[in-house]
Design a protein around this ligand. Structure first.
Ligand code: B12
Ligand code: SF4
Ligand code: SF4
Length: 426
């Protein structure tokens, strides 16, 4: 992959600063204009020109941020394409195998650390964030009702990859119109890019102990995205402070105890991984700990004190579709594949596939209080062609045969302190 101008404009790629479309006072050949000038005067003129270019680039960066805000990004920062500082930590994480089946995380190791290998010619990375928490999507209501499904708040509406990439591309086009021959490319989750450390370097926040990017004004309930550009815009100050202090609430509340240490997540135990990324069977010992979470999990964020500053999304695209914030497990379990595909059109939920969907709901039903209707629905799926579905349905029926109350409450519902924090999101 190259940052080829031919992708965006017919000119060949050049790594020089592209300021020739900046104000016309800067255009024309410097040698022609200054022919015959004494050396000292020439040097001074060159110096003035560099200073002017700097001012223009700064002005452009400022305008870019205003434009980013107009496109719905709550924050925008600029950094250099260099992630070598993460080398050792990334190496250790992969060596420990915390990526599980997410093989793609182990691939392209050098490209993650050196984004210019991903996109040659990249001079700067513009990092943005966009809030996703919809108004009135009370997580407490569905988490505390074992007959309802809990779907992570980030994925109740339209697929964020589509929304963010489109806006980032618009931002790229806007910048292209103000420069000559800009090369740019938008990324959201889609490539070997270390999005959180990049955002930290661009000044968007610090990495919390739950490993997500946190911001004092906005918490962590936002998406990240990047625009790689080949224009040397002035960079922002990295975020060097961190405000977790002695708090360990996220580590303590995680239902599957997925954190091996502060900042270090064993992906294989995270409910987000188990319900979305894992293709096969969910480890039996983790199933009772999942409660009614059928796609993703938010507990480590819901408990975080900084999320009292999280802001509701301004994007209608992220508003819940199909009432996914308040739907009963049995209804979702009844969707056949065609219905699943229809109802999840344009949603990131499709990633789990219909088999993964049924597998996850079977686990949630096994953790519920059960009852005749639940058992009947489970039995009806015993002959499902997928062995994975059959196995999880059998497990659920066995669970329900062993008890008549819901599985034990999960940590986020167990203490009054945790419930109080949850109530902030109602
Ligand atoms: C793979 C992945 C996952 C995996 C693995 C998660 C993980 N923590 O890596 C799974 C499926 C589990 C997952 C879950 C979630 N994800 Co995810 N995920 C990604 C993805 C695609 C890659 C992340 C990655 O590279 N991981 C690799 C490891 C090595 O990274 P790491 O855990 O940060 O490891 C670093 C730390 O261990 C750190 N470290 C070690 N020691 C120390 C010490 C200190 C002091 C510090 C500061 C750091 C540190 O160094 C390592 C190397 O940098 C990114 C998008 C992207 N391209 O970045 C989204 C992304 C991180 N996910 C996101 C979201 C929203 C989620 C969920 C909230 C979704 C949900 N509700 O279910 C959960 C949150 C779980 C959690 N607590 O992390 C957002 C996060 C936005 C934000 N505010 O930060 C991202 C950025 C997607 C996006 N474009 O918005 N995710
Ligand atoms: S998303 Fe849930 S399972 Fe994953 S680390 Fe956070 S609290 Fe634990
Ligand atoms: S819950 Fe506490 S430790 Fe975890 S990220 Fe938030 S402030 Fe940091």
């Amino acid at each position: 992959m190259t940052l080829s101008r031919s992708l965006h404009s017919p000119q060949p790629c050049s790594l020089e600063p592209h300021s020739s479309k900046l104000p016309s006072s800067e255009q024309g050949s410097a040698e022609q204009q200054h022919a015959g000038l004494p050396q000292a005067e020439l040097q001074q003129t060159e110096l003035q020109k560099t200073e002017l270019q700097k001012t223009e680039l700064q002005q452009l960066a400022d305008e870019l941020k205003t434009q980013a805000a107009e496109l719905g990004f709550r924050q925008c920062g600029i950094t250099v394409p260099d992630m070598q500082v993460e080398r050792e930590r990334l190496q250790d994480w992969l060596k420990a195998g915390y990526q599980g089946e997410m093989d793609y995380l182990a691939n392209h190791f050098e490209k993650r650390l050196d984004p210019t290998q991903l996109l040659p010619g990249t001079e700067r990375i513009i990092c943005v964030r966009m809030d996703y928490l919809p108004e009135n999507s009370s997580p407490a209501t569905s988490l505390s009702d074992d007959e309802q499904a809990y779907i992570a708040r980030y994925t109740l509406g339209r697929d964020y990859h589509k929304v963010m990439r489109k806006r980032l591309t618009q931002l790229g086009k806007w910048l292209e119109q103000r420069t000559d021959k800009l090369g740019y490319r938008a990324f959201v989750d889609s490539a070997p890019v270390l999005e959180r450390p990049l955002a930290r370097e661009a000044g968007l926040g610090w990495i919390g102990k739950h490993s997500l990017l946190l911001n004092r004004e906005a918490g962590s309930l936002f998406f990240l995205g990047e625009l790689f550009i080949d224009l040397p815009l002035p960079i922002d100050e990295p975020y060097t402070e961190e405000y977790c202090g002695k708090c360990t609430a996220c580590l303590d509340i995680c239902p599957t105890q997925a954190f091996v240490a502060p900042y270090v997540l064993d992906g294989r135990r995270c409910i987000s991984y188990l319900t979305i990324e894992l293709n096969g069977s969910i480890p039996q010992e983790l199933r009772p700990l999942m409660g009614n979470r059928i796609f993703g999990c938010d507990d480590c964020q819901l408990i975080c004190p900084w999320n009292r500053f999280s802001q509701h999304t301004a994007e209608t695209d992220f508003h819940p579709r199909q009432k996914l914030d308040q739907t009963r497990l049995l209804e979702l379990f009844s969707w056949d594949e065609a219905t699943f595909l229809k109802k999840t059109e344009g949603s990131a939920i499709r990633r789990t596939g219909h088999i993964g969907w049924l597998r996850n709901i079977a686990v949630a039903l096994g953790n519920s209080r059960g009852g005749a209707a639940v058992e009947q629905a489970l039995r009806a799926k015993l002959q499902h062609p997928s062995k994975i579905v059959q196995e999880h349905v059998n497990w659920a029926l066995q669970q329900l045969a062993e008890r008549s109350t819901p599985a034990q409450p999960l940590p986020i519902l167990a203490s009054s302190g945790a419930r109080k924090r949850l109530s902030r999101f109602s």
